[in-house]
Design a protein around this ligand. Structure first.
Ligand SMILES: Cc1cc2nc3c(=O)[nH]c(=O)nc-3n(C[C@H](O)[C@H](O)[C@H](O)COP(=O)(O)OP(=O)(O)OC[C@H]3O[C@@H](n4cnc5c(N)ncnc54)[C@H](O)[C@@H]3O)c2cc1C
Length: 395
């Protein structure tokens, strides 16, 4: 029986190995000190994102007919994993990979031809995705930002919170309400997605961006939207179907976030194992003590297990099969494994784990986010409990 017929193959292809090696080489030009300095100054990794774009990595999921590399979710996940594994943080740019999917799947041919080639060659950035609102939080179907159609345009008013990279993006996907909540029999309808030319809107004073000071270098902001005019031709897909379109992107997002957490986890385990092998206290390397060694070994095992779920989810996704359960489990397990590795690494470093020069505390703050955003693990568990296991719903 050939390998294919047995139906299981855990090996990466030669192309996937080559992608990992190329991204590894690119990241090596942006060492720890680069990320540490940006973190200290709360600045965007402009140089890194530029190189990533020029290398074609950020356009990897854009089909070749629109100027992208036409790669799959597995390759995209390897790219993001490798960035985080190098000590950097893919969160500075990852949204472009999964946000673009909404345009690709649901946009018109005219929209795709207008924007995708420009995004692929780096002339335009689509790094921002505005869903969250202060009064709705995780309950997306309760958003209040309202778009009203007047002739050939929509006029939008409302507020968004935690919208990342808006100051470093040319375009933004914006989820808004187009039918009032109380007029809907199906509460998942009535929302619509627009592609907004962000810089123009900011210049016209129709969107005011206010940075939000958070615990990591994340470039996240609040948006105050007042009489924002969006041409009707920038509506993605059908009016009222926006929530469906957003959900369609969730599996890809979960798989990519899982890969970042796995990259973080591997960075923590490598650093912890190296430090624990070198640091001598009480006359022997601290890593010889089981109290130091076992948490690192345990974290390693959990990362490897999460990695299997990541590849399974990616494989299902690419072969067009249902992968909601696996994509959610990959995100859950990987973010938990990454966090466990972060704690093992911090503990192994003792006081030095808190010293900025060691980068452990920075990566610690960065990886913690993945348990909360873009989706909190509670809601992932609710999806598994309710949608996969059929238990009663909390919402
Ligand atoms: C740094 C950062 C960057 C972000 N970037 C973006 C972005 O670019 N675009 C964007 O749209 N959003 C972004 N977000 C928002 C993020 O997606 C939300 O914070 C997240 O979805 C949760 O919303 P909330 O913060 O309002 O929490 P809430 O909805 O208020 O929830 C608070 C807590 O209660 C729990 N909870 C709520 N309901 C239930 C339930 N039924 N069962 C169990 N637990 C429950 C939640 O899991 C959470 O732990 C970002 C957030 C952060 C912190």
């Amino acid at each position: 029986m050939g390998d294919r017929e047995r139906g299981m193959d855990f090996a990466l292809t030669e192309e996937q190995h080559a992608i990992r090696a190329a991204v590894h080489d690119l990241c090596a030009r942006f060492p720890d000190v680069y990320w540490r300095e940006l973190d200290r100054k709360d600045e965007y990794p402009e140089g890194f994102v530029q190189e990533l774009t020029e290398g074609g990595w950020l356009g990897c999921l854009i089909p070749e007919e629109y100027g992208g590399a036409g790669l799959g979710i597995t390759e995209a996940s390897i790219i993001l994993e490798e960035i985080n594994r190098s000590g950097g943080n893919a969160i500075a740019a990852h949204a472009q990979m999964y946000v673009m999917g909404t345009l690709l799947r649901h946009g018109s041919e005219a929209q795709k031809h207008r924007y995708l080639p420009e995004i692929a060659r780096g002339a335009l950035r689509l790094q921002a995705f505005a869903v969250t609102e202060p009064n709705a939080g995780s309950e997306t179907t309760r958003i209040e930002t309202m778009a009203v159609r007047t002739g050939d345009r929509y006029v939008v008013n409302g507020q968004k919170v935690f919208i990342s990279r808006t100051q470093h993006s040319d375009l933004m996907l914006l989820l808004v309400r187009t039918t009032p909540y109380d007029q809907l029999s199906d509460k998942t309808r009535g929302l619509s997605v627009f592609l907004v030319e962000l810089k123009r809107a900011v210049a016209a004073g129709q969107i005011v961006i206010q940075p939000l000071d958070v615990m990591l270098n994340h470039q996240t902001t609040q948006l105050f939207i007042e009489d924002l005019e969006v041409p009707a031709e920038n509506l993605i897909g059908e009016e009222g179907m926006g929530f469906r379109y957003i959900i369609d992107g969730w599996n890809a997002e979960r798989i990519l976030i899982a890969s970042e957490a796995i990259g973080d986890g591997r960075w923590f385990v490598d650093r912890a194992a190296a430090y624990a092998s070198e640091r001598v206290v009480f006359g022997r390397p601290i890593g010889a003590n089981q109290g130091v060694q076992f948490p690192i070994a345990q974290a390693h095992a959990r990362i490897e297990a999460a990695d299997l779920m990541r590849y399974k989810a990616a494989w299902l996704f690419e072969s067009g099969q249902r992968c909601g359960a696996e994509a959610n489990m990959a995100k859950l397990l990987a973010s938990q494994a990454g966090w466990e590795a972060a704690n093992a690494c911090l503990d192994a470093h003792g006081g030095y784990g808190f010293v900025r020069e060691f980068d452990v505390e920075r990566k610690f703050r960065e990886t913690r986010l993945l348990m909360t955003a873009p989706i909190s693990n509670n809601l992932v568990l609710a999806f598994l409990g309710q949608n996969v296991l059929g238990m009663p719903k909390s919402y």
